[in-house]
Structures are given as C-alpha cells and as structure tokens.
Ligand binder design. Structure first.
Ligand code: ADP
Ligand code: MG
Length: 325
C-alpha cells in the first residue's frame, strides 16, 4: 500500500508546487473563501495550507488519507465540477512526507487531527481549531531521496509555488489568498467582487495594474468556443513565459497548443526571445475537451485543436490590429 502510494506520488507529486496545487484545489472544492499558504525551505521543509472550507468529519479523516477515497465522484466523467476527483493526492502526499490533517466541520465542537508518517497513521484525536482544514506537509520526499535530489534551489521551488497559487487565484477572484512563510515576502490577494470587474481586479493584483493598462480586451467566439481575456500589447513583453495565463472552463492549464497559438499570434510583432503577457479564458462544451489527460500536468486535449488555435490566433491578431499594432 505504501509502495503503491509512493508510485502514485511519483505521478502526481513532482515537486513542492504540486503539493500546493493539490491542497489548494482541495480547499477550493471545500468551498473555502480564505486560503492561506505558508511555506519554508522552498516547500521541502514545510507547506501549510489553512482554509475556512466545509472541513472533514472526524470519522472521514482516516478515509481522506486512504487511497482512492474521494467524496467528489459524479457519474459523468465529463461533468467534473470539482477540481479533484481521483482521491490520490492526500495518500500520495502522505506517502512521501509527514502529513498532518486537522479539520473541523461547522457542526463539530472540536477539530480533529490525523497524521501519517511512512504509511503509519496516528489519530484522529481532538485538537482545538476554528472551522475549516489545516493541511501541514513536512519533510517532503524524505522517504524518496532520489526525488529529493531532483529538487531545484529553495528559491526556484518557492517561486514555482507562487506561480501555482497565482495561476489558481486568477480563476477564483472571490477567494482571498495569502502566501507567507520564510520563503518570501508575504503576498495578499484580497477577495474581489463578482463579474468581470472582479476578474479584472484580481488580474491587476497578480500581474500589476500596468498589465490591464497595457493590454487589449479579447472577446471572441467561434463554433461554440468562447475566448475572453486580455492580450498585452507587444511592447509590454517579458523575458520568460511565466506571464502567460490560460484557463479552460475555469481551470488553469499549461498547454503546448495554447502557448503555440499565443506565440503564433504575436510572431510578427514580438522578437523570438521575448514573450507577450496574456490572460486567456477558453470556455467550451466540456464534452469537447479533456482536461484530465494527466493527473498533475495541466495539459488538455481538445476535440478540435485547429479550431482553438485559429480562434486564439485570430482574436489576438484582430485585437492588436484594431489598436493599430
Ligand atoms: P480528491 O480531491 O481527488 O477527492 P484528495 O486525496 O485530494 O482527493 O482528498 C481526499 C478527500 O479528502 C476529498 O475527496 C475530500 O473529501 C477530503 N478533503 C481533502 N482536503 C480537504 C479540505 N481542505 N477540506 C475539506 N475536505 C477535504
Ligand atoms: Mg484533491
């Protein structure tokens, strides 16, 4: 069982940022409106995610860290509203770290804590806390030294963690995110209002207000695929592609086809070694896209990749063209 979990962990948990992604997604699935991320040692020493979500009942805590136990399965694989559904993340994380899960539901008169260490479970036992969940991961990969060797510097791992949180945060502007710990100067993203003004405010919080000021709004549709967002003007370019954000049906994705389309759209107006800043939201019938190709890598498979590419390239070029660029 521990071995199986460690193999699964090899798939799901590549680096500290993958742990942060899984835990933050769990908090979002639990309906949290406040999510706090604290890390130390690039997340290798400590990752602590605190949320004010629904919590986990004491009798379900042991199940939550067991393999393939998910409370989120629906019958239709295309209709996955929850971010998680495999029930793999917590047991995988638990098999390669010291994991402690504390949780309190609104109807409980205390919180409960369960911890796992090298496949051994301890608890659940009562612990004082507010409503919600605190997931604490220490000594990530201590049991898999081979994996530990592949980690980058603390600084690089910490910045990958910030990147993951920012990517998720843009998709959920109504959630307050904070990012703290010895890895960085603290970042606070206040909850915004609803609608497109809230979305714009969150984008400014993450990318700075210079971005919307130097970007053109995109709103295009082709054969039922809608593309909205902002395309930075060519002069507002960057030395790396960390400033390209893409979402498919509200989920952050990193997809080669989308990056390729963005590159194509700007090919004539930006030098090859520079990268435009863009935030793009693709919305389409969930039956026409598979966002679950790989448990951790956020690439997607479109039923009609040519349509999506054409839409992105066309919409960005048109927007730039209308602004005389
Ligand atoms: P999945 O997200 O795929 O269901 P996980 O291993 O990530 O699997 O989590 C297992 C289960 O633990 C979830 O289905 C959920 O019921 C519970 N859980 C995990 N994290 C939280 C949280 N922050 N708040 C409430 N419930 C949680
Ligand atoms: Mg999950």
């Amino acid at each position: 069982e521990t071995i199986i979990n460690q193999i699964a962990a090899g798939e799901v948990i590549e680096r500290p940022a993958s742990v942060v992604k899984e835990l933050v997604e769990n908090s979002i699935d639990a309906g949290a409106t406040r999510i706090e991320v604290v890390t130390a040692g690039g997340g290798k020493n400590l990752i602590r995610i605190t949320d004010n979500g629904s919590g986990i009942r004491s009798d379900e805590l042991a199940l939550a860290v067991a393999r393939h136990c998910t409370s989120k399965l629906t019958n239709d694989v295309h209709d996955i509203r929850a971010l998680g559904f495999r029930g793999e993340a917590l047991p995988s994380i638990g098999s390669v770290s010291r994991l402690s899960l504390k949780s309190r539901t609104s109807d409980a008169d205390s919180g409960f804590e369960i911890s796992t260490h090298g496949g051994r479970q301890d608890g659940p036992r009562p612990t004082p806390m507010n409503g919600g969940t605190i997931a604490e991961v220490r000594d990530l990969f201590f049991a898999t030294p081979a994996r530990l060797k592949f980690m980058k510097t603390d600084r690089a791992e910490a910045s990958a963690i910030s990147d993951v949180v920012k990517r998720i945060a843009i998709a959920f502007p109504h959630i307050r995110f904070s990012l703290a710990g010895s890895d960085r100067t603290p970042i606070e993203l206040a909850a915004t209002g609803a609608g497109s003004s809230g979305m714009l405010e969150r984008i400014s919080q993450v990318l700075g207000k210079e971005f919307p000021e130097n970007a053109i709004a995109i709103d295009a549709e082709r054969d039922g695929v809608r593309l909205t967002g902002f395309a930075g003007i060519p002069a507002f370019n960057r030395g790396n592609s960390l400033h390209q954000f893409a979402y498919v049906n509200g989920r952050p994705v990193r997809d080669k086809q989308i990056w390729g389309a963005i590159r194509g759209a700007y090919a004539d107006v930006i030098a090859r070694d520079r990268h435009p800043v863009v935030v793009l939201f693709l919305n389409l019938d969930p039956a026409l896209v598979d966002v679950n190709v790989h448990p951790a890598k956020a690439d997607v498979r479109f039923r009609d990749p040519g349509l999506v590419r054409g839409l992105i390239v066309g919409a960005i070029r048109e927007a730039l063209g209308q602004s005389g660029i």
